[in-house]
Design a protein around this ligand. Structure first.
Ligand SMILES: C[S@@+](CC[C@H](N)C(=O)[O-])C[C@H]1O[C@@H](n2cnc3c(N)ncnc32)[C@H](O)[C@@H]1O
Length: 258
């Protein structure tokens, strides 16, 4: 019999929504109590509810039981390194052409934000091989990936990618590290013909250096972009861009192996 997807089942991740800035992700586990800023919720009361139903905390606060998106999980990730923001993650994933079944090599893992985004899209048959030189960062990434159930699609490797890439015939090599030019020859060897190279870099000086290296190694279609994202304040008769925005995160360099 088909399961009714509109019902919360044991083991489902749920989002308890109080307001735009007050949301909590939790796993619906029998006999568990969820502690929120608005009071305690009994998981047994949530299991079997319909998504969209309202549940009341022990303080009498109503919370809407809804579904978390991948982005909601990212907001719960621990950060021990500089991380890639959703505006850049989205573009990197799209530019790299990564999709279900893709084999991707990534470095460095850092806090695992990009790793998670890649794993989310290569599921269920693809794989992300993520290189990181710091063991402590790998542990943070491992916890973050476990939180959203994406660890089974990732190989976390404690290895300096400058020493070489073990995998062959990969669809994409994606780097967020200070010296990606040292990896370009390894990336060329690891990528399948027509495979994609992407590098995320905070400074123009690094961009010049990587582009020069990619051209020297005969990569095609070299493209450098920056994405600026503006939130819009929507209010009747006063709708306009928000005053403040994130001015700079990094540049994305894309290239294709011939
Ligand atoms: C900015 S962080 C990456 C953040 C990550 N993309 C995220 O979204 O969470 C850069 C990481 O690259 C790692 N790193 C630097 N050089 C490396 C190398 N040669 N091989 C593997 N990892 C490296 C650093 O230890 C650091 O964790």
């Amino acid at each position: 019999m088909l399961k009714d997807a509109s019902i919360v089942r044991e083991g489902d991740y749920i989002l308890l929504y109080y307001s735009k800035n007050k949301k909590i992700i939790a796993k619906a586990t029998r006999d568990k109590k969820i502690h929120t800023h608005e009071g305690i919720v009994d998981c047994n009361e949530i299991i079997g509810k319909k998504y969209g139903d309202i549940i009341t905390t022990h303080l009498g606060q109503p919370l809407i039981v809804t579904r978390p998106t991948f982005l909601d999980f990212l907001t719960k990730f621990k950060r021990k390194t500089q991380v890639i923001y959703p505006k850049d993650l989205a573009l990197i994933v799209f530019l790299s052409g990564v999709g279900p079944g893709s084999i991707v090599v990534e470095a460095g893992t850092g806090s695992g934000f990009l790793t998670a985004a890649l794993a989310y899209y290569v599921r269920p048959d693809g794989r992300v091989y993520s290189y990181e030189i710091r063991r402590d960062f790998l542990e943070i990434a491992r916890k973050n990936l476990s939180l959203c159930g994406l660890l089974p699609y990732v190989d976390l490797k404690h290895k300096d990618i400058v020493d070489g890439i073990d995998e062959k015939n990969v669809d994409a090599v994606i780097l967020d590290m200070p010296n990606p030019w040292d990896v370009v020859p390894h990336a060329k060897e690891a990528l399948k013909d027509g495979g994609v190279f992407v590098s995320f870099l905070p400074t123009i000086n690094q961009v010049e250096k990587i582009v020069e290296k990619l051209i020297h190694e005969n990569f095609l279609d070299v493209l450098t972009i920056e994405t600026l994202l503006r939130k819009i304040k929507v209010k009747k008769g006063e709708t306009r861009p928000e005053t403040f925005m994130i001015g700079h995160t990094g540049y994305i360099v894309f290239a294709r192996k011939p």
